[in-house]
Design a protein around this ligand. Structure first.
Ligand code: AMP
Length: 396
């Protein structure tokens, strides 16, 4: 029997939803309400009979979820007949309190609220989604699935910054890592593609979307990842800088009188590909680069060079690597980025097959005799959230 989970991902001005069969991963319907609270909102619902758009203003998350419920009523499938067993919520920051998904209750809400200082943009929106959904679906169990949970297995030497030892206890300053739901899904899927047990496999996962992160996964367990206290650390992203000298904050305060808040905002929203080229969308960067734009060429080179450095670092961390897996928008679709990030790594047993790389539909893009397999695997965070939600209910 199919077990459907209504998966909700509430952002600060958006609400994404998906009705997912936890066993097969099939989404019976999905949708997105954007620009919540603005004059003109946008709602698209992908149902069994097609896509439906609605541009009514949506003042808040409650109205957004009500609009989603109305879309299910009008365009299907019927929520009451779908056999929904749970509502699964994406929650960005679980701090060091949540190493696994958990049933939502008042205690969990208090704990996620306590973590707001660590994720001031994300956790309040996630909480809003949970509270609204609990009001609309009071009889269903609600499960919180944390982006940080998969990385709670990092050893202390990987998650501790070399800073005064009181900072972790006083301010929670340590590395947490994000995109955990995607890294968990993709590393397990890599084992399936290779016909191996996840416990026997060492994998480097590269999640390259608007946000980008790398993870070193040993036997199904995350042992290092590139994002840190916040999602700013690590790889070059659409609008985030990734790694940089922490002295930049102090330097800009001294020479430009720039506040910490402004530097923080610029590093998160005005940096990365956007800062380097003006375009945060990787496709646009590729277009500019193809037209001979030097800034776009430099941005592409920086992006791929940073990737290569992390691949090398995680190769050393893992000792032996069975597979390198690319996922998310850039990872799945940019053969150029994959080729540039892996160029010159043949002495490490990493051999890309150019023809397969150009068409990665069979998942494997390495040569047959490549000791390290190179895989392209679409991520599916909604399915992972649905699976983990059912796992919480069944104790699995
Ligand atoms: P995601 O966050 O997973 O939706 O990924 C978004 C990123 O993937 C954006 O930077 C897109 O430009 C990029 N992307 C999507 N499709 C392609 C493509 N065909 N080639 C290169 N980049 C792509």
């Amino acid at each position: 029997m199919s077990e459907h989970v209504l998966v909700i991902n509430a952002g600060s001005s958006s609400l994404k939803y998906s009705l997912v069969d936890a066993t097969s991963g099939t989404a019976a319907a999905s949708g997105l309400v954007e620009r919540i609270g603005e004059e003109q909102s946008h709602h698209v619902h992908h149902g069994p009979s097609g896509d439906f758009d609605d541009d009514q203003p949506v003042p808040d998350h409650e109205a957004a979820l009500e609009a989603a419920v109305r879309a299910f009523d009008k365009h299907g499938p019927s929520l009451s007949e779908a056999g929904i067993v749970a509502v699964g919520h994406r929650v960005v920051h679980g701090g060091d309190r949540f190493a696994a998904p958990a049933l939502v209750d008042d205690e969990l809400i208090a704990a996620v609220t306590d973590l707001v200082p660590l994720a001031p943009l994300h956790n309040p929106a996630n909480l809003e989604g949970i509270e609204v959904a609990r009001r609309l679906f009071p009889d269903l169990p609600h499960v919180a699935v944390f982006d940080t949970a998969f990385h709670q297995t990092l050893p202390p030497y990987a998650y501790t910054y070399a800073v005064p030892s009181s900072w972790p206890a006083d301010y929670g300053i340590r590395r947490y890592g994000f995109h955990g739901t995607s890294h968990a899904f993709v590393s397990a899927q890599a084992a399936r593609v290779l016909g191996r047990e996840p416990g026997d496999l060492n994998v480097i996962v590269l999640h390259l979307g608007n946000g980008c992160s790398a993870a070193a996964v040993r036997g199904g367990v995350s042992v290092d990842t590139s994002m840190g206290l916040t999602p700013l650390e690590g790889l070059v992203m659409g609008t985030r800088s990734g790694d940089l000298d922490p002295a930049v904050h102090g330097h800009l305060a001294r020479v430009a009188g720039q506040s910490a808040e402004e530097t923080d905002r610029m590093l998160n929203s005005e940096s990365g590909l956007k800062g380097l080229t003006g375009a945060n969308d990787f496709r646009e960067v590729l277009r500019l680069r193809a037209d001979g734009d030097e800034r776009a060429q430099l941005a592409f080179d920086i992006y791929c060079y940073r990737l290569k450095k992390y691949i090398g670092a995680y190769y050393a961390v893992l000792g032996t690597v069975d597979a390198i897996v690319f996922t998310a928008g850039v990872g799945q679709h940019s053969a150029e980025a994959r080729a540039a990030a892996l160029a010159g790594l043949e002495p490490l047993g990493i051999h890309l097959d150019p023809a397969r790389n150009a068409d990665p539909s069979d998942n494997v893009v390495s040569t047959d005799d490549s000791p390290v397999k190179i895989l392209v695997i679409p991520t599916n965070e909604e399915w992972e959230i649905a699976r983990q939600s059912v796992g919480v209910l069944t104790g699995g």
